[in-house]
Design a protein around this ligand. Sequence first.
Ligand code: BGC
Ligand code: NOJ
Length: 822
Amino acid sequence: MKYGYFDDAQREYVITRPDTPLPWINYLGCEEYFGLISNTAGGYSFYKDARLRRLTRYRYNNAPLDMGGRYLYLRDNGTGKYWSPSWMPTRGKLDEYECRHGQGYTIITSKLNGIRSSTKYFVPLGESLEIWQVTLTNEGEADVDLSLFSAVEFCLWDANDDTTNFQRNYSIGQVEIVDEVIYHKTEYRERRDHFAYFACSERLAGFDTIREEFLGTYRGWNEPAVVEEGESCNSVAHGWQPIGSHHVKVSLKPGEQKVISFILGYQENPKDDKFDPPGSQVINKKSAKKALEKYLQPINANKAFYELREYWTMLLGKLQVTTPDAHTDRMVNIWNAYQCMVTFNMSRSASYFESGIGRGMGFRDSNQDLLGFVHMIPERARERILDIAATQLKNGGAFHQYQPLTKRGNNDVGSGFNDDPAWLVLGVAAYVKESGDWSILDVPVQYENEPGTETPLYEHLQRSILYTLDRLGPNNLPLIGRADWNDCLNLNCFSDTPGQSFQTTTNKDGQVAESVFIAGLFVLACQEMAGITRKLKEERGDSFVIPLSSDDYLKFATDMEATVWAAGWDGEWFRRAYDDFGHVLGSKENTEGQIFIEPQGICIMAGLGLENGNAVKALDSVGERLATPHGIVLQQPAFSQYYLHLGEISSYPPGYKENAGVFCHTNPWIMIAESIVGRGDKAFDYYTRINPSAREEISELHKCEPYVYAQMIAGKDAPTHGEAKNSWLSGTAAWNYVAITQHILGIRPAFDGLEVKPVMPSRWNGFEATRSFRGVHYEISVRREGPGNEVSLEVDGTPVQGTVIPLPKEEINTVKVKAVIR
Ligand code: BGC
Ligand code: NOJ
């Protein structure tokens, strides 16, 4: 069952009924000011940091679902009837309803009793404010006399404190109301130099800033007393819960239309210019007023909206494809790329599954996210890499997380996730391949954000590699530390205390438990490092003095490979790990957890088993034991009980999350591996199983948004097999994007140019693509002339050897590529 449809021409998903199985959300903003917005106008806004600068309040985990948002109420003053044009929070029946989620904007339209209301929510580029542009149309036969009420509930800035520290917070709320603008200034009198404002384009019939006056004591957002009465109280908040509500009266003749704008914004003032007049306690509103003057004019707001659309056309335009499959096209051209950008902006901080007060930026997560957005925003990817690298430890290890506001490593979570450093190598390699910007490797970067510790970024990479070599276990495999990619495989944790963090509790000294996954990742990282080093040496010759050569890195890789064959191969698949007792995990010797997906994917991506046939063997085992119609589960058999020596993985009921859920992040590794062994049909089949667009028809089961990936789909051991959770903020976005674009479609950046090497499904005759790469526009056309994967390339009419398109001469900015597949 579907709850909407894709409007690919508009690049929108159109939700046609409000009661989706879960709130289906979108994001506003793409720079510093952000909002989450659901299909019924739920959500909240923040500036830069979802925890520390939260503008509006949201109630997670509440009933009814999705409480708190950008609410509007319409009241027919003739009959006294009122409703929410976004359905929530009044939830009355609407004659028509539609929500259009686009890139950085959402438009919610509905109609009741002849009154059409359409609200466009977006954040103009370069601004720290959001516009709600409401268009009201009287499509009925008679004159109407309407009241329009707005409502937001302010959060007292630190979202964590806001939900816990009531003894203080009930006394600190402050507002100012001047002209048609409500200013939220809690704590502005002391150390905060920022305030929020909520403005309306119209003369007000009234306003409210005291929540309980607006709602009425013991009443909810579904039936505010003020809306019921049709009169605001003009209440001025002192403490308690400050809100912002405007009341506008609108009379509309049949056919008449009116546009009303609301603006919610964030403003900072210089410390010495906070108050106006100086010495008073009144906010200096000059800068806010300037923004309001501009954007309350529809002509400027419309221009800003147009610019936002253009911006996204430009970003998404970096790669556009036309394939025989509509699900592929819309995910690659629109939604998957968009989701990658959202992971760039949000990391794992704020979604409807991440509260915005928890995790900062993950070291491994951010490096992997980069793979999905580097081609759209290479300059910002560069900055991100330098930020991440500056949190690296001197010993090559990494702070597992850092805070976006301070860009400093997070001490609470600390380090010791032994896969972390290797991802930096992959992230940097991806950046350099995309941009050709070798200079990044020379940038002096601190360790642990300590001034004076700078070395060139290149040395950070070297330390990343050595970090693994310095930490080998009894089988010469890398020690796992707190966890590797699988945060829930906590082999040194041994926690028997409820509530303890599995990831930071360590009861073992960590000298025994090893990870085959890190071994595979290490081989891959060494290959990238060898590639980077070889290129630098070629270009810089003897002036490039380094202790380890490209051959050294390749030797590290082949040695580790040998170790994997000796201790990490189980006969039919790659093993997963060795635990603290030195017992194998992910082997037929185990009764539960016999086979895991991660090492199959990563080891084959690193090229293991391509020559001796073991890669195919491992992939066949994945197909037989792990694949389900809803995607490939993480391991089998699921853990039926909690195992002290395995940690969080066995804490989940079977079929959920890391305990044998379809952990979507890992599925693309298998798609890539299948492409590497040349099995395009299998790769594409796996791709389609978890492609959200392809799952749209089963939305009642899938539950999450059909336009973005979720972290997890419940596995076959779960009673709710096929149900998705944790949509939006997941490495799933980047890796699926990489799998489909770089491996199945085969368009991938390489150090020496753009490579075209598709491994397509056999039934595809070909596809077209445009890709902008290092300032050149590539028009690529792929045609199948035979059943295999052999590629012959013709570039601007001339055949070229191999699969990499040589970089064109400087003056050429368009290149036509023909690829024939036989
Ligand atoms: C989740 C993991 C996640 C970790 C982060 C765990 O509860 O299952 O997916 O990586 O938390 O801290
Ligand atoms: C989500 C985390 O953000 C990521 O770092 C981790 O690799 C996966 N969960 C798997 O545990």
